[in-house]
Design a protein around this ligand. Structure first.
Ligand SMILES: Nc1nc2c(ncn2[C@@H]2O[C@@H]3COP(=O)(O)O[C@H]4[C@@H](O)[C@H](n5cnc6c(=O)[nH]c(N)nc65)O[C@@H]4COP(=O)(O)O[C@H]3[C@H]2O)c(=O)[nH]1
Length: 724
């Protein structure tokens, strides 16, 4: 027995409070004296009634009772004590020795029976034995209570832990699991005990989970920590993320591992641990991660993720000697929608555009929102330019149908610049930058189309700044020149028109061509001033020739989309024409189909105004852009200019030649004039002549030349091949 328990028992024995009850005063006194002398605390009750009164007001450990008493007898006192002090034991000290009296007393709860006259030693021995037994019982009850409390406390702590607490046997079967498992995953602990922990592991994490437990080096100092998904049961039917920490159970420090309580399956527990629900943290992490690499409006990868994927794709393409394409997409007319219908509509439009673009792509392609209305597209491992061309056409077509935004039907287009690895650059930045440059060239040529990057498009940023400064200076110092390329009637060899083409006489770099500076002029909006200069000069030069006898001579001028889209375009153009007293009917403006389609409504109104004033309208590069036969008969168009590429195809005899046939036939049908551009050979000229295309322009008759040269040529009635 534990030493503290013995001490407690001893003190209990010595200080036991005893109630002595007898109706005979002499006997009462001697009994009380005997017990007091032995160290007990004694209270005397003369008769049963007094004993009951004392029992109501004081506590006793033991009562020594006479049975036969006149008023209230010993049995009644015992009954009363059982009511008011159930822990108080009773020993009967009585002259009554019949079997029935003794057995009745014992049945009523008496712990022992001493017959009068008693032997003092025997009495003291009986009292000592009973009080000792009582103390033992009390101590036992006390310990039992403490154990129950302690067990309840630990159970409470384990069950109210925010984490799942578990024990597993050697094979991974649950020996114990706290009730948290039910609130978090929906399994009652009793159902899990005996089952393998794999039972609640998400299928995707089974291998990892199994290895973690069976893997080496799991010790108390080096617990196993891993994150896994656990299956939930019941209404939630989902997986949740848990961080599990498992320790081995050391039999030295916890020898009861074979007897796990509270749902244990009787197996020896070998591991214990906790599983913490980290789903919210995981979801927050996933969201932050998503946000860091995606655009929240369209849910597309953002610039950072795009660059990351492109970097990887370049490495892969380099290793496997393959091509890849980067496209830079910029929406046309998005700004108009955003400014007129508001940002909410603008956002909806971007989402709808994303949806349509995504439908054109394959699984490995990456479409990203680069910012604003700009998107980038990565096509890894393409075989040829043709693959990229097909996709670009598909994307352009996908956006062609109108978008329904509430009550509004809006049209947007897309300008696409394409750079192909490795030709257009072998680094991520170069490929993106060059696709951007190519896209800009599409914009400058009237938007809504695609172009592949070529080296001639590129001007590095230092050069760009210099060039921009030089271009401003060029305007101040009057370095721009207007050259004229004749448009000749192939049957009479007469010059019927002159196309004004700008040149820049750069003080250091010599004569520059439009491709070297026009995109920059468009970008910096210097194009407005530049065009004014060209128009002024051309009206002056050609006006002079008209007045000097070439009254039918036509002046063809190119207009940039920036000019045409300007609200005051018609007024500005006509002011300059009038300022030079240039006859409006001798002026032909050249615009591309894409410029018209950008804003069919507005542009056709402007063209109608100009046509009403006598100005002629030509469609430049016909057949290369957004050909919609529908607009041709609705607009005041006078001339179609067949693009050089189709004329070139005459020589090679490929499909382009058929296109020339079709365009010429169509122009005749619509009663439009037709000018073929880029005629260089006899063969082309002959072919066109036979087709009935009589107006031609090209190196066959000569390139664009300065005004002085044209003046001399005009002095001759007819132009000679290559002599202009
Ligand atoms: N290979 C070949 N090329 C030929 C032949 N015949 C003419 N060309 C070239 O083809 C281009 C025809 O002009 P465009 O298609 O309107 O294309 C023009 C036009 O869109 C634009 N441009 C030129 N001047 C102006 C201007 O003053 N204002 C605006 N907005 N654009 C202009 O720049 C473009 C390029 O002009 P240029 O370099 O002068 O190039 C000119 C001309 O020099 C030929 O037989 N073979």
């Amino acid at each position: 027995m534990a030493p503290e328990l013995t001490d407690q028992l001893l003190s209990n024995e010595l200080t036991a409070r005893i109630l002595v009850v007898d109706d005979e005063p002499r006997l009462l006194d001697s009994l009380a004296a005997l017990l007091r002398d032995s160290g007990y605390q004694v209270t005397e009750a003369h008769g049963g009634k007094r004993a009951c009164e004392l029992a109501d007001s004081q506590s006793f450990d033991l009562a020594l009772l006479d049975l036969r008493m006149p008023d209230v007898d010993g049995f009644d006192v015992m009954a009363h004590l059982a009511d008011v002090q159930p822990d108080c034991g009773a020993i009967v000290v009585s002259g009554e020795s019949s079997f029935s009296a003794v057995s009745r007393a014992l049945r009523r709860g008496a712990l022992d029976y001493i017959r009068k006259p008693f032997d003092p030693e025997e009495l003291l021995a009986t009292v000592a034995s009973v009080t000792n037994k009582q103390s033992l019982l009390k101590a036992h009850e006390h310990i039992q209570l403490r154990l129950e409390k302690s067990e309840a406390l630990h159970r409470y702590i384990v069950n109210s832990s925010p984490d799942i607490v578990f024990m597993l046997d050697d094979d991974g079967h649950f020996c114990f699991v706290n009730s948290k498992v039910e609130s978090l995953l929906g399994y009652p602990p009793s159902e899990l005990c005996g089952h393998h922990f794999r039972h609640i592991l998400d299928d995707r994490d089974v291998t990892r989970g199994m290895y973690a437990l069976n893997g080496p080096n799991i010790t108390a100092d080096n617990p196993r920590t891993l994150e896994v998904r656990l299956k939930t049961r019941g209404s939630r039917r989902a997986t949740r993320h848990f961080e599990i920490t498992a320790f081995p159970i050391d039999p030295q420090t916890w020898p009861y591992s074979h007897a796990t309580q509270g749902g244990g399956n009787g197996q020896t527990a070998r591991y214990y641990g906790t599983a913490r629900d980290v789903t919210e943290r995981k979801e927050a992490e996933a969201f932050i991660n998503f946000q860091a690499y995606h655009d929240l409006l369209t849910r597309l990868p953002n610039r950072a993720l795009f660059k990351d994927r492109l970097e990887l794709a370049i490495t892969h393409a380099r290793r496997s000697d393959q091509k890849l394409a980067v496209m830079f997409l910029d929406l046309d007319r998005f700004k108009v929608v955003n400014d007129t219908l508001g940002h909410a509509m603008g956002d909806r439009l971007l989402q709808a555009v994303t949806h349509r673009l995504e439908k054109c792509l394959r699984k490995g392609d990456t479409l990203s929102r680069f910012g604003g209305d700009e998107f980038t597209l990565l096509l890894p491992s393409i075989h040829s330019h043709e693959d990229a061309r097909q996709i670009a056409k598909k994307l352009i077509n996908a956006l062609r149908a109108p978008f329904q935004l509430g009550d509004h039907e809006v049209f947007v287009g897309v300008s696409i610049g394409i750079s192909i690895y490795p030709e257009a650059g072998d680094s991520m930045d170069h490929l993106i930058q060059n696709a951007d440059i190519a896209m800009y060239h599409v914009k400058a040529r009237g938007k809504d189309g695609y172009r592949f990057y070529s080296e001639s498009m590129s001007i590095d940023s230092a050069n760009r700044l210099n060039l921009e400064r030089d271009l401003r200076l060029a305007l101040e110092r009057d370095e721009l020149r207007v050259f004229y390329q004749p448009q000749v009637c192939s049957t009479t060899n007469r010059i019927v028109g002159l196309e004004a083409l700008v040149r820049w006489q750069h003080p250091e770099r010599g004569l520059l061509y439009p491709r070297d500076f026009l995109p920059l002029a468009e970008e910096t909006r210097l194009i407005g001033q530049l065009s004014e200069r060209v128009l002024d000069q051309a009206c002056q030069d050609v006006g002079l020739w008209i007045r000097s006898g070439h009254s039918d001579l036509r002046l063809a001028v190119n207009l940039s989309p920036v000019q045409v889209e300007h609200p005051k375009f018609v007024d500005t153009l006509m002011q300059r024409v009038r300022a030079h007293r240039f006859p409006a009917q001798n002026l032909e403006i050249e615009i591309t189909e894409n410029v018209i389609m950008n804003d069919l409504e507005q542009i056709s109104q402007k063209l109608r105004e100009l046509a009403a004033l006598g100005v002629r309208i030509a469609i430049d590069d016909f057949g290369t852009g957004y050909s919609s036969l529908n607009y041709l008969h609705r607009l005041p168009i006078h001339t179609l200019k067949v693009d050089q590429s189709f004329v070139k195809a005459i020589r090679s005899g490929d499909d382009g030649a058929c296109i020339v046939n079709a365009i010429v036939a169509m122009a005749h049908g619509l009663k439009l004039e037709i000018v073929a551009e880029g005629v260089e050979t006899d063969e082309q000229l002959e072919y066109l002549r036979k087709l009935g295309c009589h107006q031609v322009q090209g190196f066959y008759y000569g390139p664009a030349r300065p005004a002085e040269h044209i003046s001399r040529t005009l002095a001759f009635p007819t132009a000679q091949a290559a002599s202009i």
